[in-house]
Design a binder for this molecule. Structure first.
Ligand SMILES: Nc1ncnc2c1ncn2[C@@H]1O[C@H](COP(=O)(O)OP(=O)(O)O)[C@@H](O)[C@H]1O
Ligand SMILES: Nc1ccn([C@H]2C[C@H](O)[C@@H](COP(=O)(O)OP(=O)(O)O)O2)c(=O)n1
Ligand SMILES: [Mg+2]
Length: 231
């Protein structure tokens, strides 16, 4: 839980404080004492947040799995959370389903609340938030609700033709992996993604990665970004 005392993350060296440990282990103020028991609640840890951006099929999920394996992050896929919500027949399920089917973006409040719950229930203090923010509205809602900005932003830059090919071959039975929905998703990606990319480029948090090549080739470009954090 990111409310607990800092975990001994594999990225955090005990002897030499890393950039990641300095940021991840910045303790927030102690929460107030419980009035009944006078037992202090554990201090909150400021989580280390990585946003993972890129068009549909650019390889976000694939690279996140490799980052998790090597660097011990928790992977939170906004798309997976929304699909889980649809599957659970929740109050928002049908609205989310029709939005995704049309290739549009789900209202930010819904997505950010799902991400928040996931972060709060996690034992980890470093997160990869995949497929988010997909718009400036998404970005602003996260900052407002979570009260945080990301530490690092990855952007997998992939030509449209390659993304379409990968999505059509994905075979995960997704309602949005068909040519009509992909065209709409790419239009929306083009319209709403670039302002987010430009924002993080200005704040110098953005790592733009050419997403063409084998999965391992691409991870060779990703690895140094995280390896540098543990130095
Ligand atoms: N570098 C790559 N080259 C070829 N295919 C890839 C590559 N990376 C991922 N894929 C495949 O492309 C599809 C989309 O990848 P995925 O990680 O789901 O992308 P995203 O999460 O960005 O939509 C998957 O079937 C995946 O196995
Ligand atoms: N921040 C987000 C992320 C995903 N969604 C919706 C709209 C997206 O087309 C679908 C699927 O997202 P997902 O990240 O799983 O898709 P890709 O992995 O990029 O193919 O979910 C959203 O509305 N808002
Ligand atoms: Mg994905």
């Amino acid at each position: 839980m990111w409310r607990r005392v800092a975990s001994l993350s594999p990225l955090v060296s005990r002897s030499k404080p890393s950039k990641l440990s300095q940021e991840a282990c910045t303790f927030k103020v102690w929460e107030s004492f419980s009035s009944e028991s006078h037992i202090p609640t554990p201090p909150k840890v400021t989580p280390f947040i990585t946003f993972v951006l890129g068009g549909p099929g650019s390889g976000k999920g694939t690279q996140c799995a490799k980052i998790v394996e090597e660097f011990g992050f928790t992977h939170i896929s906004a798309g997976d959370l929304l699909r889980r919500e649809i599957a659970s027949n929740s109050a928002y399920g049908s609205v989310i389903l029709s939005t995704i089917r049309e290739g549009k973006i789900v209202p930010s409040q819904v997505t950010v609340q799902l991400i928040r719950k996931e972060m709060e229930s996690s034992d980890n203090d470093k997160f990869l938030i995949d497929g988010f923010p997909r718009s400036e509205e998404n970005r602003e809602a996260f900052e407002q609700i979570i009260g945080r900005e990301p530490n690092v932003v990855l952007f997998f830059d992939c030509p449209e033709q390659e993304m379409v090919k990968r999505v059509l071959n994905r075979n995960q039975g997704r309602v949005d992996d068909n040519i009509d929905t992909i065209k709409k998703r790419l239009e929306i990606f083009d319209e709403l993604n670039w302002p987010v990319i430009n924002h993080y480029s200005k704040t110098r948090k953005l790592h733009k990665i050419n997403a063409v090549g084998t999965v391992d080739d691409i991870f060779e470009k990703v690895r140094p970004i995280f390896a540098a954090l543990s130095k």
